[in-house]
Design a protein around this ligand. Structure first.
Ligand code: MN
Ligand code: MN
Length: 462
């Protein structure tokens, strides 16, 4: 054997996905990405993602889950958890007798939420005050067009859905920043402090209601527009969840169109393939679940996040209907925690360990553990489960790579993996590398998302 062959045989050296696949598969990845871009554009918030996912699932034969109903192999059901997270399930030939297979992604993304009493006027400009959600770099959010999404629950219980700034011709909203001419002092701030939380105030208007000499007429004019359009008053913001997100659409990036730029890849880039995998699966051996959850970006707490019992209760219901003990079902179950990792960025290479970073276009990334410092606050997947997952991927010719979130002690992060592991389920993170993660315009590779789809599908079909 010559040296080249020996190297190939003995060393781990992941390459560009295109090294391993045929042209027609590249084409399939591009086609898959078209559906993904459409999903991104209609599902910018967790609520919208749940609505769109259920819409697609119903077209594929999924119906609402009914407790205590006896299901048979091939039945397709979903559980809508408060409109902000959803579990899809396809009942397998063996039901839950040997555990279930889970893909768990999240559909919340970092953003700016409105405060409960957000509106004010200053110098005849009307503003909304925000409170950021998840890990954002605050300086990235001024001077980009923003859209307003969410719901308002009025005092009489009626729900008003809000989505302004997405359609052609609709107004946008924006946060201001200083001109460089007057930014000398601001420029001396540390970057994390470049724009402060209380400076993330969204401009929403600047004309007074009329020419009387009353005060606060710009704000009153906006309130009047809101009342006439939606029938809401200022106090209705208290019972609302309004999210400010970037107003632009997902687009191809690069002359070769190999990348997709968008808000909210984290974690729609895993949620969409996890959804598609369960929609496209026929009748699996074991019951399979795709979860699109909420609240991952704020630590998974809250009843729509995976630190709540909603997944556990769902598995309890499945088990009970089959006359099984839920803890036994969970103990035999397996999960791919479908979340992103940071793609290696050559411009900021200092923070990455090149040997253990994930790279754009090198396939779906398996992340054995996340966490911070000495693997604090993570589920470290076992060698056995890592072995099981890599051989599954290899068997199905799915291009994969390993990833670690930055150099040791450089920072860190977490996913839903540890909450699922705490149910005594085998779990590992598997997802797509993202460049500029958590920014208002993240980048992913079309080949990588397609490999993620094939991984979830293979896991369900296995
Ligand atoms: Mn994520
Ligand atoms: Mn994230």
């Amino acid at each position: 054997m010559d040296i080249k062959e020996l190297k190939e045989k003995l060393t781990y050296n992941p390459k560009h996905v295109q090294t391993y696949i045929e042209v027609d598969e590249v084409k399939k990845a591009d086609e898959f990405s078209e559906g993904y871009k459409a999903f991104l554009n209609v599902a910018k918030t967790e609520r919208e993602a749940v609505v769109e996912a259920i819409k697609q699932a119903e077209t594929a034969g999924f119906v609402p889950f009914e407790q205590d109903k006896k299901y048979v192999a091939g039945d397709r059901v979903y559980l809508n958890n408060r409109g902000k997270s959803v579990i899809f399930a396809v009942i397998g030939k063996k039901g839950c007798t040997e555990g279930v297979r889970i893909a768990a992604a999240h559909v919340d993304s970092p953003r700016l939420d409105l405060k409960p009493n957000p509106m004010y006027e200053d110098s005849e400009i009307a503003y909304l005050k925000t409170h950021y959600y998840g890990g954002i770099r605050k300086y990235q959010w001024p001077v980009i067009p923003l859209a307003m999404h969410g719901v308002i629950v009025k005092n009489d219980g009626t729900i008003v859905n809000i989505c302004i700034g997405e359609k052609e011709g609709e107004p946008k909203f924006v946060i201001s920043d200083l001109l460089p001419h007057l930014a000398a002092k601001q420029s001396e701030r540390k970057l994390y402090d470049g724009i402060r939380g209380e400076e993330l105030n969204v401009i929403i208007g600047s004309r007074p209601l009329d020419n009387s000499d009353e005060s606060q007429l710009v704000k009153l004019n906006i309130l009047n527009i809101l009342f006439e359009t939606y029938g809401i008053t200022e106090s209705d913001f208290l019972s609302a969840e309004i999210e400010m997100v970037p107003a632009y659409k997902a687009d191809d990036v690069g002359f070769d169109r190999s990348l997709i730029g968008s808000y909210g890849h984290d974690d729609r880039v895993c949620a969409y393939p996890a959804l598609k995998a369960i929609l496209n699966i026929d009748i699996p051996e074991k019951t399979v679940l795709s979860i699109l959850t909420d609240k991952e970006e704020v630590g998974s707490d809250g009843n729509t996040g995976l630190n709540s019992a909603y997944l556990k209760y769902f598995i309890c219901d499945l088990a009970k209907a089959e006359g099984l003990d839920a803890w036994r079902v969970m103990s035999m179950s397996e999960c791919l925690s479908a979340d992103v990792n940071a793609a290696y960025d050559p411009t900021f290479c200092d923070v990455f360990d090149k040997l253990n970073a994930s790279y754009l276009n090198k396939g779906v990334v398996i992340t054995k553990y996340t966490g911070a410092r000495g693997k604090s606050s993570t589920s470290d997947a076992s060698a056995e489960f890592m072995g099981r997952v890599r051989s599954l991927l290899d068997k199905n010719n799915i291009v994969w790579q390993i990833g670690e979130l930055g150099k040791v002690d450089e920072g860190g992060g977490g996913t839903v993996a540890k909450y699922i592991a705490n149910l005594n389920i085998d779990v590992v993170d598997l997802g797509v590398p993202v460049l500029s993660m958590h920014s208002p315009y993240e980048l992913i590779s079309k080949l990588d998302i397609y490999m993620a789809y094939r991984a979830f599908y293979a896991f369900f079909a296995d």
